[in-house]
Design a protein around this ligand. Structure first.
Ligand code: PRX
Length: 631
């Protein structure tokens, strides 16, 4: 780990105490006491939490741990949509607003818990009528919208496994994800809105499924009523499907371990992996982390700015806010359009209490100056969340001072698509350390170790591992159990997060970044091999290697080293073409900003590209051990 030692060891020790009123209302006031209890009786702890939710049949056993396979709430039967919707309606909260949808133009749509259930039931009935049944897969390629939430919940209502694909991905990425899951249907929209433009989605779906004859239906939210579904029986109008299938749809009694969704995420190897989450444990863990970390109470207005296409959207826009019964804001659009104060305008307008976003967005908004947020009344805010990448102390302080006005707490939540919910995070009742995520959540035993699993002394950077199973852990990788087992078998039979971190004397964990070849561009997780594979699709390219370069706003930007076919001349035009190839296959988030044409790439004798060498050369770092370099 020597490359990282000096670079990282900032010794951030500043402590900032949470305001008294926030501590006073926090669900958990004494972290140490509760943490100790949770470690002593992990199963008892989670059983107590699970009691807060509704089960059609109670579990027989809290945990069955058959390394590395876990089952939680074994024998329990439940449905996450029952806990998200019916339960609140039965408690007299049907008229409460579940979501306030807003777009960039100030259009607004509100939906109550009762109305949401009505739509979910109708769509679930409609999906059944189209022949979908428990265990089938449906891909969802939708704008951040109430319609997307309804689509996800309608699947969950009847046990159909949803696989949401971020609507910023292009046809290649979408095709791969639909094909790997063998989805029987796709739910999409004609377009999504971004920076005042309509970005078409349906044409991308059509290209992605061209030769996938197992797709029976494409269900389309025809936003401008263009009649796009008239052409062919395969196409179904989403709103018509809802309209024509109104009525009760009783929730499928799901086994606790029945799959809820697949979500694809990038890894070191070429193809993204389909992380599988199941019903009971995911429900309990997401519900409880949101309740404690965001300190959710009955009347809270909550806003998570993520997109439903990522795990943050799944857990903390859709499932956890609903199981907690709060009112959420959901926005379609970008943070700087039509003006860079749009988020603060909406925080002010809707009196948002809890605001959850990513450091890349904060760094971007900081650039526009302190006077922008200063124009708005942000006094409703209480809890500010951060997720997706390390938050540098400078961005942390700006968030704290200019958004939180020094009256809020910042919870820096570390977790992953694989973990399903928060794992290491500040909670509102103990002091914050800017730049450090915080302490392990209840029942989680985290450690920083070397490659052999030996724990390292405080303030030493190593691999971040989790030593125990937790309810919302991934259960497998879709169709690839070996890949799943690797998480637990790479380092001494503990879960390897593939992140680098250090732990200080007080038990606060600082996340340094990825240990593997995964990039984090504006908080989006992108595999180097995915980008490389897209680049070599260009007919003039023989080989490519991709690295991440530090970027003050996006965290990292992508740089590619490209070997061209013999006789092809490098040119700016060619760079543009390569960028376009990546845009078409993967989407704008994966475009290499810089491209260098080179004669060859550094490789090991076994032919693996040594990206580490390129990175070191590019950034002027020490190259390290070169003994495996080919020549
Ligand atoms: O490197 C860590 C970083 O994001 C990775 C997980 O990415 P993904 O599965 O896309 O999920 C992102 C949203 C949960 C991690 O391996 N990461 C996530 N949260 C933090 C973070 N890095 C530092 N601090 C965080 N709070």
């Amino acid at each position: 780990m020597s490359n990282y030692k000096d670079e990282v060891h900032l010794k951030v020790q500043e402590k900032i105490y949470p305001p008294e009123d926030i501590v006073k209302r926090a669900w958990i006031k004494d972290y140490d006491e509760v943490y100790k209890r949770s470690i002593e009786d992990r199963e008892g702890f989670w059983a107590e939490v699970a009691e807060e939710l509704h089960w059609f049949r109670k579990w027989d056993k809290v945990l069955e741990w058959n390394f590395p396979y876990a089952k939680w709430f074994v024998g329990g039967k439940t449905n996450i949509t029952y806990n998200a919707l019916d339960r609140h309606i039965k408690n007299g909260k049907g008229d409460k607003i579940a979501y306030i949808y807003v777009d960039e133009d100030g259009n607004e749509e509100k939906v109550t818990y009762s109305e949401l259930l009505e739509k979910v039931n109708a769509l679930a009935n409609g999906l059944k009528r189209l022949g979908l049944k428990k265990g089938d897969r449906v891909s969802i390629y939708m704008p951040n919208s109430i319609e997307a939430v309804v689509s996800m919940l309608a699947c969950a209502r009847i046990g159909v496994i949803h696989s949401v694909v971020f609507a910023g991905f292009s046809e290649g990425a979408l095709h791969m994800r639909i094909d790997d899951a063998k989805a029987s249907a796709v739910i999409t929209a004609t377009y999504t809105k971004r920076r005042g433009r309509k970005i078409p989605l349906l044409p991308t779906v059509e290209k992605a499924i061209k030769d996938l004859d197992y797709i029976k239906n494409v269900i389309v939210w025809d936003r401008d009523k263009e009649g796009v579904t008239d052409k062919d029986d395969k196409y179904v109008d989403l709103n018509r499907l809802i309209e024509e299938n109104k009525g009760e749809c009783s929730p499928e009694e799901m086994d606790s371990e029945d799959p809820l969704f697949i979500l694809y995420t990038s890894g070191t190897t070429g193809k993204p992996k389909g992380v599988l989450h199941t019903t009971g444990g995911y429900m309990v863990n997401t519900y409880y982390t949101a309740k404690i970390v965001f300190d959710l109470h009955e009347d809270d207005i909550y806003w998570c700015t993520a997109d439903i296409g990522w795990i943050t959207g799944h857990s903390y826009i859709v499932y956890a806010p609903l199981t907690n019964g709060v009112t959420s804001v959901i926005m379609e659009g970008v943070p700087v359009y039509p003006h860079p104060g749009i988020w603060w305008e909406y925080v002010d307008k809707y009196r948002v209490n809890i605001f959850y976003t990513a450091p890349t967005a904060i760094r971007m908004l900081m650039r526009f100056g302190d006077e922008i947020p200063a124009k708005y009344d942000l006094s409703s805010l209480r809890i500010l969340g951060s997720v997706g990448e390390p938050i540098n102390p400078e961005a942390w302080h700006w968030y704290y001072e200019h958004i939180g006005r020094k009256r809020c707490v910042i919870v820096d939540t570390w977790w992953q698509t694989e973990t399903g919910s928060h794992m290491i995070t500040t909670i509102p009742s103990y002091p914050m350390k800017p730049g450090k995520a915080g302490k392990p959540f209840f029942t989680i035993e985290a450690a920083v170790v070397d490659k052999n699993g030996n724990e390292l002394p405080p303030n030493t950077v190593g691999y971040l591992v989790i030593k125990n199973p937790w309810p919302s852990m991934l259960r497998t990788c879709w169709g690839n159990p070996e890949r799943y087992e690797k998480y637990w078998k790479e380092i001494d039979n503990v879960y390897n997060a593939d992140d680098l971190a250090s732990i200080d004397e007080d038990g606060y964990i600082m996340i340094v970044g990825r240990a593997d070849d995964v990039l984090s561009v504006a908080g989006h997780r992108i595999g180097t091999m995915e980008v490389e594979s897209a680049i070599v699709e260009h007919p003039d390219v023989v080989e490519a290697a991709v690295i991440g370069k530090p970027d003050p706003i996006k965290g990292q930007k992508i740089k590619a080293f490209v070997v061209l076919k013999v006789g092809v001349e490098p040119s700016d035009q060619l760079k543009k073409e390569i960028q376009n190839t990546v845009r078409e296959i993967l989407g704008p988030i994966a475009i290499p900003e810089e491209i260098d044409f080179v004669d060859k790439l550094p490789k090991t004798r076994s032919g693996k590209i040594m990206r580490r060498v390129l990175r070191a050369q590019e950034l002027g770092l020490e190259v390290g051990d070169l003994s495996t370099l080919e020549d």
